[in-house]
Design a protein around this ligand. Structure first.
Ligand SMILES: [Zn+2]
Length: 408
């Protein structure tokens, strides 16, 4: 069996499937808007939204095409083996880093132009972008540095453990990864500081209502913070982050600007619901399953040196193993994993909505969801298969339907 042919076949199937998904995305605007969200856009706003949606989905389709074209060239023409050979990289670590760095640089070559058109052209045109060119550039640099440090670090650790412990890699590296993801979850509030500034919600009427709500429900969070989301976009949001003592509820400054006090409290109550239901912990439990699959596949890939000959290498290249793992194996598996994890994520969202509604904020939350959808130009009629596959949140219409069932 030739592994290159196998890899190209798997990538080909994934490509066809993802093309279908992109097509469904573009066609979502042809679908009828559900009754209970027809008042989100008036006629004029709807016209603008439609134009925006078409530009965004077209860009996403081009990006998809380019990324797969690059992928086929890299795999088909043994590009990474050529780079490692051309640079004369010897030894497991240098050869692996060569592939990882080359892959990141090639990715940047097309991700930066697409990212630029998305934020600085389309989002700008519709008044959502608040990023200066400087913030855009600095964000890209931060991403490269963090990305290289993370993948390089994990890959070195993987090589080290594999060389020292052989097949014991499986339990040991799984343990390392589980710990790593746990640390990331606990540190989310700290990691956020790399990109944004956070301030404690100032004292006043709103803060009193929010802390009152926390106390009434026996919830403890370390802090309620306001994030300068307005530095990048006018789109509003809120999230619950951290675990244990680092638990924090973050409100975007744009949320505070665009919503009535009742709506803000309702959104806060929703985030509190996630806290009360320990959703971060549950998501972590679920991600451990995918981590074990990931380590199992990585181990299988480095246990078969003959694979690498078919791609032009002399023997195992750990960096290329990670590459095959992400672009071939995980890309192929991600729709299945997405169906599963997004299903649970949407259940958690309904649960958090229910919590807010039971606290008497059902109507305010429904109106907040409409405001959020209107201000971020959401698609109100995504194809159900697209929702099942890619959406961590139910549609606004589905959420409002469920909220209205709860007596307040
Ligand atoms: Zn939520």
């Amino acid at each position: 069996m030739n592994f290159k042919v196998l890899a190209l076949a798997v990538v080909g199937i994934t490509f066809l499937f993802q093309t279908y998904v992109e097509w469904l995305r573009m066609k979502s605007s042809d679908r009828e808007i559900p009754e209970n969200v027809r008042d989100v856009y008036d006629e004029e706003a709807y016209g603008r939204w439609l134009q925006y949606f078409k530009e965004k989905t077209k860009l996403s389709f081009f990006r998809h095409m380019v990324s797969y074209a690059v992928l086929f060239v890299i795999i088909g023409f043994d590009v990474y083996a050529g780079i490692v050979k051309g640079l004369g990289l010897k030894g497991d670590y240098a050869a692996a880093f060569g592939v990882l760095a080359a892959d990141m640089l090639i990715g940047l070559l097309y991700e930066i132009p697409f990212g630029y058109v998305n934020s600085m052209v389309i989002e700008q045109k519709y008044g959502f972008n608040r990023m200066t060119k400087k913030t855009f550039v600095i964000d890209q640099i931060k991403e490269v540095v963090i990305g290289l440090a993370l993948t390089g670090g994990l890959c070195s650790l993987f090589i080290l453990i594999h060389k020292a412990l052989g097949s014991l890699l499986l339990p040991v590296f799984s343990g390392v990864m589980l710990l790593f993801v746990l640390v990331i979850a606990v540190l989310t509030p700290v990691i956020g500081k790399i990109y944004n500034k956070f301030q404690l919600l100032p004292k006043g009427g709103l803060k009193e209502r929010l802390t009152g709500l926390l106390e009434a429900n026996g919830c403890t969070v370390r802090a309620i913070k306001v994030m300068d989301g307005s530095r990048r976009s006018s789109k509003a949001n809120a999230y619950f982050a951290g675990m244990g003592r680092s638990k924090t509820i973050v409100l975007y400054d744009t949320l505070l600007e665009q919503m009535t006090e009742d709506e803000i409290v309702a959104v806060f109550a929703h985030e509190m619901g996630h806290n009360k239901h320990r959703d971060t912990m549950k998501l972590y439990g679920m991600s451990s399953f995918s981590i074990i699959v990931f380590v199992l596949l990585a181990w299988a890939l480095v246990s078969l040196p003959e694979i690498y000959m078919d791609f032009g290498f002399q023997g195992v290249n750990y960096g290329f193993a990670f590459y095959l793992l992400s672009v071939v194996c995980l890309s192929f598996l991600s729709p299945f994993m997405g169906l599963f994890s997004n299903y649970f994520s949407r259940r958690f969202e309904y649960g958090a909505d229910r919590f807010a509604a039971e606290n008497g904020y059902g109507a305010a939350l429904a109106s907040a969801l409409k405001t959020l959808a209107r201000n971020s130009f959401d698609c109100l009629s995504p194809h159900p298969f697209l929702v099942a596959l890619t959406s961590s949140h139910p549609t606004v219409s589905q959420r409002i339907t469920e909220i209205e069932k709860i007596p307040s």
